[in-house]
Design a protein around this ligand. Structure first.
Ligand SMILES: [Zn+2]
Length: 177
């Protein structure tokens, strides 16, 4: 099982919009497998392809009952509001309370090319929105309010994230809530 290094805040690949996958073939299946292994090793609950440097619209996640792969995802509808302590493998060791829509209707495709349609909320809905942001080149930092962002950038400036090992505290918070 191979893994790839997770790209960290400051890496320009995280701010690039990913492109649609035209053929869901063996290479995409292999990419998904590498992403799942990388996600579990981190450990995290979701990973977007550009977090390992691949500019494709694909994410993997596990809300607690096994790995799921979503190719070319789209959020069709969102509703309500939910505040949750959110972290990111690309911003290791940090997490923030962030309010986003609660109920989410996500559509996409699985690795066999079958359509997926999931209507969900809370934790799974949050994962979807977080991973969709990644695929659109938006990092968690950009979801903070002005005050949070100012503080976050100060912390990130004074820290060499490229060299820092993954601090599991932020992730633990993400996994426990
Ligand atoms: Zn993330």
């Amino acid at each position: 099982m191979s893994t790839l290094p997770i790209r960290i805040y400051g890496d320009p690949v995280l701010n690039e919009v990913t492109t649609e996958i035209e053929n869901i073939d063996g290479r995409i299946a292999q990419l998904a497998e590498t992403m799942i292994t990388t996600m579990y090793e981190a450990p995290g609950v979701g990973l977007a392809a550009n977090q390992i440097g691949v500019q494709k619209r694909l994410f993997v996640y596990d809300k607690g009952d096994g790995p799921v792969v979503v190719v070319n995802p789209t959020i069709l509808e969102s509703d309500g509001e939910w505040t949750y302590q959110e972290g990111c493998l690309s911003v290791p060791g940090l997490s923030w309370e962030i309010t986003r829509p609660n109920a989410i209707h996500l559509v996409g495709f699985d690795l066999d090319g079958n359509e997926i349609s999931v209507e969900t909320d809370e934790f799974e809905g949050r994962i979807f929105q977080h991973e969709m942001d990644h695929l659109n080149g938006v990092l968690l930092i950009e979801r903070l309010d002005a005050d949070q962002r100012k503080k976050a950038k100060k912390i990130l400036r004074t820290r060499d994230l490229q060299l820092a090992p993954h601090d599991p505290d932020g992730l633990r918070q993400l996994l426990e809530d």
